[in-house]
Design a protein around this ligand. Sequence first.
Ligand SMILES: [Zn+2]
Length: 325
Amino acid sequence: MGCSANSANIYPLPKAYLHYNQLHSRLTEISGLDPALAQLHVLGFSGTEELPILALQIGKAQAQRNILIIGQHHGDEVLGVELSVALAAELMRKHESDKLWKQIMDEYRFFIVPTINPEGWKRVCDGEYQFKRKNNRDTNKNGRLDIRADGVDLNRNYPVFWADQVPVPPGHANYKGERPASETEVQAILKLAEKHLFELAIFYHSSSTGAFSEKIFLPNRIIGDEEQERRLDELFIFAQGYAQRVKKDYQKGYYQVGEGNTSRVGNARNFFFHTYQTDAFLVELGGINSAGISVVHPNANMKDKIMKKNLAALRQVLYQRAKSK
Ligand SMILES: [Zn+2]
C-alpha cells in the first residue's frame, strides 16, 4: 500500500495547520483586508488559563440576518478551526467579485468563532496530546492538569437538556460539568446568543472514532410537537443540500444527514434550536481511509481539499437560502 502514508493521521500537526499562537494575527490580518466590513472581537476567556475566545464579525451594514459559525468545541478537532478561518478569508476576498458570495453578503452578517476551546486546542497544537478534547479545568481537583482525564466537554455544558444527560464521571470524554453553563467558554457563547438573534448556526466537529464521520447532525426533536417537526423537516432538507454537495474524503459517495433522533444533551445545536429557534446543525469533517481509520488530522493536501469542497457547498446552499427566504 504505497499511498497509505498519504491517508493517515499526521501528528504533531504539520506546519500547514494554523497553530493557536497564530490565530490572533491571522484574524487581524483577515479583518485588516477591509476594516469597514470585519471586526475582531474577544467574546470571553477560557476558565483555567484565561485564553481569549476570538470571533470575527463580517458583514455589510445592510445585512439583517445573522449566521454563526463555530469551528471547534473539542481541542483535537482541528479541521473546523481551519474551515472557519478559510471561510472568513473567502468572505473578505470574494464578497464583491463573486456573484454568489455577494448575494449572500447582501443578506447575511457572519459571526465566525474558530474555537471556543483555546485551552484544549493549544495543547493539541503544541504536540502535547493528539486527542485533547475537553478544556483544562482541574475536574479531579488534584491541583494540576491531567491532560487525558481533566476537563469539561464544552459541547455537553450548554443549559438546554443539560439535566437529561446521564451523568458520567469527571474523567469521561463527555463529562458535562458540575452545572449547566459552568464553563466560561460556554458562557461567552450564551452572551453572544443573547445579543444577536441567529437564523442559522453551524458547528464543526470531527469524529476521531469514525462512528460519525462525514455526517451532519440535527438537533434533538421533541416527538409530537408539530411546529418543531415542521422546522426540523425543513432543516433536514437544507442540511441535505449541504451534505449532497460534499464528496467523502476517501470513500465513494457524499456526506449524509444523520437519520433519526439525536441525543437530548446540553450541546450547542440543541441550545440554539430550542432556545432561539435557530436553524442549527453539526458537521463532522474528516473521513475514513481504506484501512478503516478515521483521519481527523490529514496531510496538508487533503486538508485543503476538505476546505475547498466544504466552502463550495456552503456557497451554494447559503446562496439558495439568501435568495429564498
Ligand atoms: Zn466534537
